[in-house]
Design a protein around this ligand. Structure first.
Ligand code: NAD
Length: 484
């Protein structure tokens, strides 16, 4: 029902939060109240921890083959409800339906990758390290893990973590973004249908109070965080203080370099989805376009022309290419950065600020924005805007481009468009960013690869997904054996 306070899922049951404090969840397209998120209390976080702790002993000794059968069931339910789940993302977040489907495709792939872990990656051994002595490593689960998720991928982000954690034998608590709780509610309805043993999977809605309780509890072992750099840094420190494992995937400012030898016709559509896909609210979105040498003029004309053609509107409409910004506060922030760009002397050659979609007068719409004559010192070239804003910097050569990239504090992703193998190789070798694209505008690693990130875009050492996830969610025990 519209406007209802969403529930928590603790110990295999849906429970109402006792907290009186709630946060409205507003559709960014229609402006209607969709639901309310309870700001659950530390006691409620503690209930989830107790449930997960109690479930752990049994879950870790459940045979791995049995554990992953739950994941297969969940995977099949994701496929059965694929369209409905995708629509929920679009409703609460605003992104276009195809992007929501893409998000769920990745979620399915994560569950599939996690299901292979216990059989393929949970140990290794050596025979005869000395005469008659064998040595082995067994990878053991640790206990209760939790994730703290951002607003921009409400369906997918928790699946970067929990399927891997529970496949390895841990139990789990998801803390979604309070701005977009509905996608996780739908997923937990499926988790409930799967019939996991109670306490293995838990959901607690809320904000800092819940997160702090999860970090401080002596009964949790680690946190996976995805969100902004200031909050990520703060929580990474707190995890250190409380002896918790932590992997913190944080903010970004991604530089996309286009060389004079790039195939412009094929490059421009890539740039459109990189800079304006997900309405720029992606940690892998392009932010600054580094146009090298003589490509600058033709590229500028081509990106402006292409961006003008993007269809903006309700993301549920299959023809729409760009939805609204997710929240009022986020839109205000994006508009603030555009003002700052103008004040600091950049030239706004495509102004998306006055876009109106007549059917949705309350929608948080903004069109694509393109700044020309940007310099590396300007705020819009340095800080994360997290909206559909492209800043073009004209540089003379690859070295200048790489210097600008390295002067920035973030290091999440960077791409180069070129037809030269030598330049591409140079780029992947030299650029300090965790995910590098060669003629690819959005560098999203598949589930069996780590979601990398460097500098202020990542804190920790083991990343989400892939083999890193197995190491994060287990600890190694060495056993050396001799039989007399
Ligand atoms: P955010 O940092 O505001 O919030 C993230 C989570 O932290 C939310 O669940 C929120 O409830 C919680 N939180 C906020 N303040 C807190 C506090 N003081 N104490 C404890 N918990 C707190 O981020 P957001 O606005 O939801 O997400 C956007 C950000 O996420 C962008 O910076 C984007 O680049 C980043 N992001 C990074 C990746 C990646 O893989 N590197 C992926 C997606 C998004």
């Amino acid at each position: 029902m519209k406007g209802e306070v969403v529930k928590n899922y603790i110990n295999g049951r849906w429970v109402e939060s006792k907290s009186k404090e709630t946060r409205d969840v507003i559709s960014p397209t229609t402006g209607e109240l969709l639901a309310r998120t309870p700001m659950s209390t530390a006691e409620e976080a503690q209930e989830a921890i107790e449930a997960a702790k109690t479930a752990y002993e049994r879950w870790r000794s459940t045979p791995a083959q049995t554990r992953i059968r739950y994941l297969y069931r969940f995977r099949n339910l994701l496929e059965d409800y694929f369209e409905e789940l995708s629509k929920t993302i679009t409703m609460e977040h605003g992104k276009i339906i195809d992007e929501s489907r893409g998000e769920y495709r990745r979620a399915v792939e994560n569950v599939e990758a996690a299901a292979s872990i216990p059989t393929l990656q949970m140990g290794y051994n050596f025979e005869d390290i000395a005469a008659g002595i064998d040595e082995m490593v067994i990878k053991q689960p640790l206990g209760v893990f939790f994730c703290v998720a951002p607003f921009n991928f409400p369906g997918m982000v928790p699946t970067w973590f929990w399927p891997f954690a529970i496949a390895c034998g841990n139990t789990y608590i998801v803390k979604p973004s309070e701005q977009v709780p509905l996608s996780q509610i739908r997923q937990f309805e499926l988790i409930d249908k799967v019939g996991f043993p109670k306490g293995v999977m838990n959901l607690v809605n809320g904000g800092p109070e819940v997160v702090n309780a999860l970090i401080k509890s002596p009964d949790t072992v680690g946190m996976s965080f995805v969100g902004s750099t200031p909050i990520g840094k703060l929580l990474y420190k707190k995890c250190g203080e409380h002896g918790k494992r932590a992997q913190v995937q944080a903010g970004a400012k991604n530089f996309i370099t286009v060389m004079p030898d790039a195939n412009i016709e094929r490059t421009v559509p890539n740039l459109m989805s990189s800079f304006f896909g997900n309405t720029g609210q992606r940690c892998l979105s392009g932010a600054v376009l580094l146009a090298v040498g003589e490509v600058y003029n033709p590229l500028k004309v081509a990106v402006v022309n292409a961006a003008k053609e993007l269809v903006i509107g309700n993301g549920l409409n299959e023809d729409v290419q760009m939805g609204p910004i997710a929240t009022k506060a986020a839109l205000k922030r994006v508009l603030g950065y555009i003002e700052t760009g103008i004040k600091e002397g950049a030239e706004l050659i495509l102004d998306g600020r006055n876009v109106k979609i007549p059917d949705y007068p309350k929608g948080l719409f903004i069109g694509p924005n393109i700044f020309d004559k940007v310099t590396p010192e300007m705020t819009i070239a340095k800080e994360e805007i997290f909206g559909p804003v492209m800043s073009i910097i004209h540089v003379k050569d690859l070295d200048e481009a790489i210097d600008i990239i390295h002067a920035n504090t973030y290091g999440n992703a960077s791409s180069v468009f070129t037809s030269s193998g030598k330049i591409a190789r140079d780029y992947q070798y030299r650029v300090r960013a965790g995910n590098i694209g060669i003629n690819i505008g959005i560098v999203a690693p598949i589930a069996t690869f780590p979601f990398s990130g460097m500098k202020d875009s990542f804190f920790g050492d083991l990343h989400g997904q892939g083999k890193d996830a197995v190491d994060f969610f287990t600890e190694n025990k060495v056993v050396i054996t001799r039989w007399f």
